[in-house]
Write a protein that binds this ligand. Structure first.
Ligand code: NAP
Length: 293
């Protein structure tokens, strides 16, 4: 299939590579030319805009940061809508607000372009291994047309519902993962202050009801003090902002998400925003007098 890909960062680059490896013809664009280099080396066609990446493509993916970026890529100057033919499907895999996804989809529909919101879970490792969890919102016809490409990127691929529903599912995912990362850091910091080895605590907890993939994977990286992103803390801050804005609009209480959002806010305000979100451990350490002897 002929596809376009815009946004070649931590996630987008390996995802685009997986599409190429599966034999699809790929047109790529990224703001920074160096981000395109590994894709061009692997056989992708370099473009100078999102519009050019969309020319002749049946499907165009975006994997950028937040809603204003997706809007710019889709509808801005030299954006996807300027290059895509009618009948093309625009698939945004970034994490953005459900309302923003619905409004971009409505504007693209006026130009004859279907949009799927298809955010992912599984992180950089899942992007590299093609084992992402993909949560899709949009119409089933567009979903079926894109399914063969989704299968190059992920293992669990679910059409959740209409436009925006994929982003709602992803928001639920971010509530669970954000709170989990924070409470695991909280527990490890508690162990440390008590003079107890966090690794022994992790091993013990992995055998009981507190076991989780986050305790295993993220907890392991926390204790190894490997804070290289992965998933940047400011991205998780953005995701909880999306959730809390929606909670405000809907008039519902999300107290645990709100408390966790404060921690990610504080990370961004204390030069930890570019760390992986597991760097929240460092914040706990600062709040309790620094790392002990
Ligand atoms: P990243 O490494 O910062 O990459 C984002 C890419 O988007 C960059 O290459 C950037 O291009 C491009 N970009 C941003 N704004 C743009 C714009 N207005 N126009 C064109 N290109 C733009 O971020 P990431 O970690 O890959 O995350 C991407 C999305 O996936 C986010 O929505 C994030 O929440 C979500 N996500 C991330 C993870 C994870 O573990 N990292 C997991 C699941 C979901 P330049 O580099 O050229 O500036």
């Amino acid at each position: 299939m002929e596809a376009g890909f815009v946004g070649l960062g931590i996630m987008g680059r390996p995802m685009a590579l997986n599409l190429l490896r599966a034999g699809h013809r790929l047109r790529v664009w990224s703001r920074r030319a160096e981000s395109m280099r590994p894709l061009i080396d692997a056989g992708a066609i370099a473009c100078d805009s999102a519009a050019q990446a969309a020319q002749g493509a049946q499907v165009v993916f975006s994997m950028v940061a937040d809603a204003p970026d997706v809007k710019q890529v889709a509808l801005g100057e030299r954006g996807v809508a300027d290059g895509a033919a009618r009948g093309c499907v625009f698939v945004d895999m970034s994490t953005i607000a459900p309302g923003a996804a619905r409004s971009i989809a409505a504007r693209l529909a006026e130009r004859g372009i279907d949009m799927l919101d298809a955010p992912v879970s599984g992180g950089e490792a899942g992007a590299i291994s093609g084992s992402l969890t993909i949560m899709v919102g949009g119409n089933s016809n567009a979903f079926e047309r894109v399914r063969p490409l989704f299968e190059c990127l992920g293992k669990s691929i679910t059409l959740i519902g209409d436009s925006g529903a994929g982003q709602v599912a992803k928001a639920c995912n971010q509530v669970v993962t954000g709170i989990s990362v924070a409470v695991i850091a909280e527990a490890f910091n508690y162990a440390r202050v008590n003079g107890v080895d966090g690794e022994r605590v992790r091993e013990a907890l992995l055998g009981g009801f507190a076991a989780s993939r986050i305790l295993d994977n993220h907890g392991g990286r926390m204790l190894a003090r490997n804070f290289k992103p992965g998933f940047k803390a400011w991205m998780h801050q953005k995701d909880l902002r999306i959730v809390l804005d929606e909670a405000h609009r809907l008039g519902i209480a999300l107290p645990a998400a709100a408390a966790t959002a404060q921690l990610f806010n504080a990370m961004s305000g204390s030069s930890l925003g570019e760390d992986d979100s597991i760097g929240v451990l460092k914040l706990y350490e600062r709040l309790s007098g620094g790392v002990g002897p």
